[in-house]
Design a protein around this ligand. Structure first.
Ligand SMILES: [Zn+2]
Ligand SMILES: [Zn+2]
Length: 176
């Protein structure tokens, strides 16, 4: 395991959120907002309003910048985000999860909780000098972000779909 389990989970959620903005946009409805909350096993109040959706959608661009920037820029962005949301890290245990970090109020707006959690995860990434775990999809036609937590750093595509598309294209090119 590259990072602590909560860091891995937060990074996966942040990448999924950023990639939801890659066309076709897959975060446009309250149902999709609800599915995101459920899939990534968030705790705290469940978001369910158009304002929650709009705030989460608005977080995608700054989050993309954070995940894909160089290490020094990422450090500056993390510091700015943690200061903006007045993050106060604390260890918590709940719902069967062993100790992990929460750094925003449990009742804070969902997008704010996601922002702080993402920033806290990036604290680990920057500190471990593992920015290389984040990259842009190797499919030239795709802007998706790839999170590679594999031991041999073998992950190149943001999704199975992208990997298959490139494999099929390569096969066709070989066949002439
Ligand atoms: Zn938690
Ligand atoms: Zn892709």
């Amino acid at each position: 395991m590259v990072f602590a389990h909560d860091t891995n989970a937060s990074l996966a959620a942040a990448v999924a959120l950023v990639n939801s903005a890659v066309a076709p946009d897959t975060l446009t409805t309250l149902a999709e907002l609800d599915a995101f909350f459920t899939e990534h096993k968030y705790s705290g109040p469940r978001p369910g309003t158009e304002a929650d959706l709009a705030a989460l959608r608005a977080l995608r661009a700054p989050l993309r910048m954070l995940l894909t920037s160089d290490r020094d820029t990422a450090a500056a962005l993390v510091n700015a985000m943690l200061a903006e949301y007045r993050a106060v890290p604390r260890l918590v245990r709940h719902d069967g999860w062993d100790y992990h970090i929460h750094a925003s109020d449990d009742g804070a707006p969902f997008a704010e909780r996601v922002a702080v959690e993402s920033a806290m995860a990036m604290v680990d990434v920057v500190r471990a000098d593992e920015m290389g775990r984040l990259a842009i999809c190797a499919d030239e036609t795709c802007d998706g972000v790839v999170l590679d937590l594999s031991r041999n750093r073998s992950r190149r595509f943001c999704s199975v779909t992208c990997g298959n598309r490139v494999a099929v294209a390569a096969y066709r090119a070989r066949r002439g």
